[in-house]
Design a protein around this ligand. Sequence first.
Ligand code: BGC
Length: 266
Amino acid sequence: MPLTLHDQVAIVTGASSGIGYGVAKALADAGASVVINYHSEPAPAEALASQINHAGGHAIAVKADVSNESDVDRLFQASQERFGGVDIVVANSGVQKDHPFVDMPLDDWRRVLDVNLTGQFLTAQRAVREFARRGPRPVSKALGKLILMSSVHDVIPWAGHVNYAASKGGIQMMMKSLAQEVAPQRIRVNAIAPGAIKTPINRAAWETEEALERLLKLIPYGRVGEPEDIGKAAVWLASDESDYVTGTTLYVDGGMTLYPEFANNG
Ligand code: BGC
C-alpha cells in the first residue's frame, strides 16, 4: 500500500501511553520521523523513541503540558531543531476526571477543558503557523495535516462525564471551523473519534469479565478496539491517500455510534 510517510515529520501529543502511543508507533512504522510528547511519564516515551531509532527510524521524546502555551512552543521548537519542522500533527492529549454533575469540582471541569480542548487549540494553532512558516514540500500534496483526537462522546451524551463530553463536542466544531478556515492554504484538518479502545483511561470498563460483558453490549462489532486500530486511521488521514478529505470525523468505534440498544428494540 502506498501509505509511506517517508521524509515527513509528525508530532503526537500525549504519546507515552494508550492511543497516542499507538499512533506514534504507527506513524513511525509508516516511515515518519516522530516527536513523542509526554506530560508526566518519560520512561515509556523514551523507550518508544529508542525502539524506533534502533529499528532505523527517527524519534525524540519531549516533555510538555499541552495546556501551557510556552510548553507547546517548546514542543514545536524541538521538532524544528531536530527535524527542521513538521508535516503531520496529531493533537491527542486527553484526560478524564469523572464526577456526577452536581458534585463536579470546578478544578476538574477546568482541567479537562484545559487539556482536551484548550490543549488541542494551542497545538493546532502552532501546527498551522509552523506549516505556513515552512511552506510546501514535495513529500505531500498538502501543506500540512492536522488530526484532532475526538471521541464517540462528541455525539454520544455521557452522564457522569459532562466535562469530558463537553470537551469532545467542542473539538468537533473547532475541527470543522478550522478546516474551513485553512483549506485554502491546503492544510487538511480532520478528527478521529475512537470508541472503546483498550487503554489505561478506561481500564475499569474492560478489566473485569462483568465490565467487559457490559461494554461489549455497546459495541455491535463485538470486540474492544486496540490502539493499532486508531494508528491505522491516523496513518491514512496523514497520508496523501486521503488528500481530498478535510473537515471530517472518522469514527473508529466498532459501531458504538449506531445506537446498538435499538437493534432489538424501539
Ligand atoms: C473514553 C473511554 C470510553 C470510550 C467509549 C472514550 O472517549 O475516553 O473512557 O471507554 O470513549 O465510551
